[in-house]
Each structure stands twice: as C-alpha cells, then as structure tokens.
Design a protein around this ligand. Structure first.
Ligand SMILES: *Cc1c(COP(=O)(O)O)cnc(C)c1O
Length: 392
C-alpha cells in the first residue's frame, strides 16, 4: 500500500498531533544542513532564541530531540533523586502518568488525585504542603488533554515557590494556545513541544529550566548523561560555539523555526484569542445541540481542546469512524481512563479557527444522528455562530 492509497481526511480536528501549518510543512522541506556546518549552528542558536522569546524566559530554553514524553521522562530522571519527596497532582491521564515516572527515581511519592473531569484545587495543595513540609518536588499537568481540563498552575506555582519546592509542569498542549509561560507559574522545569498549539509535527521537546533546577540536576550524580534522557548534556548546545552531544533532528528544527515565526509574527495574544473563541463557540454548540461538555465547569474547560461526553449507549469508536467516513472529519478519542467516554475536538494552531467549531459540530451531530440519535445540529450551529458573531 502506498501513502496515497490511504484516503486523506478532509479536515483533521484532533487534539494532537495536529495537521501542521502549510508554512511549517514547507519548512520541513528545507535543506538538511550538516549539524556542524557553522550555518546550522548559527541557525540553531537563532531557533533557541526564538523559543526563548515565545516562552518569555530570562535564560536559555532547551530543545530535546524527541517528542515531549522524552522531555517529561528526562525531567523526572534528572531532577528527582531518591531523597526527594514528590507530590504529584493528578487530574487526568497525563498527570497520573507522571507519578509513575517520578516513582522510578524516588520511592517517596505523595499524590492528590481528583476525578478526571475536575481540576486540582490549590487549597488542597496548600494543605498538603503544610502537612508534609518534607515535600521537595511538585509535578502537575497544565492541560490534561485526554480530559480537556485546565489546572490552575499559576496559583499552584506560587504555593510551591513559597514552600521552596521545585515545580515540574507539563504544558505540552496548553503553551502557545493560551496565556502560559514558565515564569508565570514559577516552573523549574516547563515542558512543551511543537506538535500541539504551535502547529508543527510532534518530534521535539521545548523546555524551560530555572537556574536552581540546572544546579540541582548538575549536582545529581544519578542524572542521565550520555543518554537520550540527558538534559544536562544539552545545557550549552544552544550556542553556535558549542558541539551537540549527538545529532539534532535537523528537519524538525526547520519546522519548529517556521512555527515560532508564525506564532511570534501573528502575536501570541491574537493566537490565544482565536483558540479561546473557537473553544467557546464549540462548547456553546455542544450544549445547544443537546450534548454535554466533559469538563465539570466552564471555568476549567480547555481553550485548546473540547471534550464531549459520549451519550449513553453510543459506541465512541464507531462514532468517530462514522464522522471520518461520512464527512472526512477526524476527531480524537479519549485515552486511558477517558477512552470510550468522550470525543475530543482539538483547537490547536491552524485548527484554532472558529469556523472549525461549526465543522466539528456538524460532523459530530451528523454522525450521532446517522447512528440513531436525535440531536439538534442546527441549534448547535446557531449557538456557535452567535458566539462567533458576538466577537466579530
Ligand atoms: C501530547 C501530550 C504530551 C506528549 O505526549 P504523547 O502522549 O506522546 O502525545 C504530553 N503531555 C500532554 C499533556 C500532551 O497533551
């Protein structure tokens, strides 16, 4: 079978990886420079400087050459030592998952877990920190994508900072789609990547690291070195005058460069605004149609993904297959715990455009009705349009 034998979707509205911006796709076809060509080393330094600007960091960020799970695992391996007491905050599949990595590097794991349609209450974190002054590291996922819910990381970060702990944040699917930056939440390690709201393919990690986290990792004799999981090896790799520990993913860096240009040129505030408007229109349409949003409250519903609760008796997998076959629209499933319970519509990068909310509502409602449902697709579209037009 050749690639062209697979029917291409008409519209991909997934919660990541996303269909990349056309400008990013063409950047992927730029010349693959030799990594030690001074032209590449200078280019790489410039890409890291663009990432620094996008992340609004005062020190240099870091690119690791694998999708953000590499960055998250590397953060656990490098920052967490057997002496640390880790508080992991779990409001979804990713938050919970980080606890398993943390546990590999320290046996001392505490956890706050809430139902996967809710968010972490900062008061519960404050209480836990007070009860356990021995906590040294706190980990939290900002946007738990398989739920489409947002945790209050700035409030949590302020508490962790006052406590003197180190904070690890998974901001993979929120950064560049809403107002979030490492310094705003006082993150010591802030992990994101190009495959979600930056609208590029998913093969890199972009990471912010605080000066105190650098010091802790460099002092950790167990922190990976000469390994794909090494963060410390890459500390100075941004500089055109320093060697790379191993070969960087040249084509992916070309793509990231174009994605950062698009983000910075459009203006971050404008990019966040279209993510927010698209999600708001989507939620209004979902409710007006007779469906319900998975997130327990509007306040914690993500601006970059809308999760729609699967009605009783509906086979979620068949629902997505039907939307794909009938209309060529690709939607995301849940993952782990949320698999089968919800369908996700991503509003990320190029698909954070309000008109795609209309397309998603049509495909979702149409597929449900084709399967015997009785949803008011027209009402959903009207409600979404009202939100969009109120903003115009
Ligand atoms: C996409 C994503 C990642 C990256 O990991 P994959 O599961 O491999 O896609 C990590 N954290 C969150 C919250 C994500 O949405």
């Amino acid at each position: 079978m050749r690639y062209s034998d697979h029917a291409k979707p008409v519209i991909t509205l997934t919660a990541g990886p996303v269909n990349a911006y056309p400008e990013v796709l063409s950047a992927l076809g730029r010349t693959v420079l030799y990594d030690y060509d001074p032209a590449f080393q200078l280019f790489y330094e410039n890409v890291v400087l663009k990432a620094k600007k996008a992340l609004r960091l005062s020190n240099m960020p870091l690119i690791l050459h694998g999708e953000p799970v590499l960055g998250l695992e590397a953060a656990a391996a490098s920052l967490i030592t057997p002496d640390d007491v880790v508080l992991n905050l779990a409001s979804g599949v990713y938050g919970k998952g980080f606890g398993y990595w943390a546990k590999r590097y320290s046996p001392n794991l505490l956890e706050i877990e809430v139902p996967y349609n809710e968010a972490i209450d900062p008061q519960s974190v404050a209480d836990m920190l007070k009860k356990h002054p021995e906590i040294t590291v706190v980990s939290v996922c900002h946007h738990d994508t398989p739920s489409g819910t947002i945790n209050p990381i700035n409030e949590i970060g302020a508490l962790v900072s006052a406590h003197g702990g180190y904070l690890i944040v998974d901001a993979v699917s929120s950064f560049a789609g809403m107002d979030t930056h490492p310094d705003d939440c006082k993150a010591d390690i802030y992990v994101t990547g190009p495959g979600k709201c930056l609208g590029a393919p998913p093969a890199l990690t972009v990471m912010g690291v605080s000066d105190r986290a650098w010091a802790k990792m460099k002092a950790n004799p167990l922190a990976p070195r000469a390994s794909m999981l090494s963060i410390v090896d890459w500390e100075n790799a941004w500089s055109k005058d320093q060697p790379f520990p191993f070969t960087p993913s040249v084509a992916e860096v070309n793509g990231l460069d174009a994605a950062l240009d698009l983000y910075l040129d459009e203006g971050p505030e404008a990019v966040w605004a279209r993510h927010e408007l698209t999600a708001k229109a989507m939620r209004a349409g979902v409710e007006a149609m007779g469906l319900s949003v998975w997130a327990a409250t509007e306040a914690i519903a993500s601006p970059t993904t809308t999760s729609v609760r699967t009605p009783d008796g509906v086979d979620e997998k068949k629902l997505r297959q039907s939307a794909r076959e009938r209309y060529g629209v690709v939607l995301s499933s849940g993952r782990g715990e949320t698999m089968g319970k919800l369908t996700r519509i991503g509003h990320m990068g190029p698909t954070a455009q309000p008109i795609y909310a209309i397309a998603a509502l049509t495909a979702l409602g149409g597929a449900l009705n084709a399967g015997g449902g009785n949803y008011q697709v027209g009402k959903g579209i009207e409600a979404a349009l009202a939100v969009i037009d109120a903003d115009a």
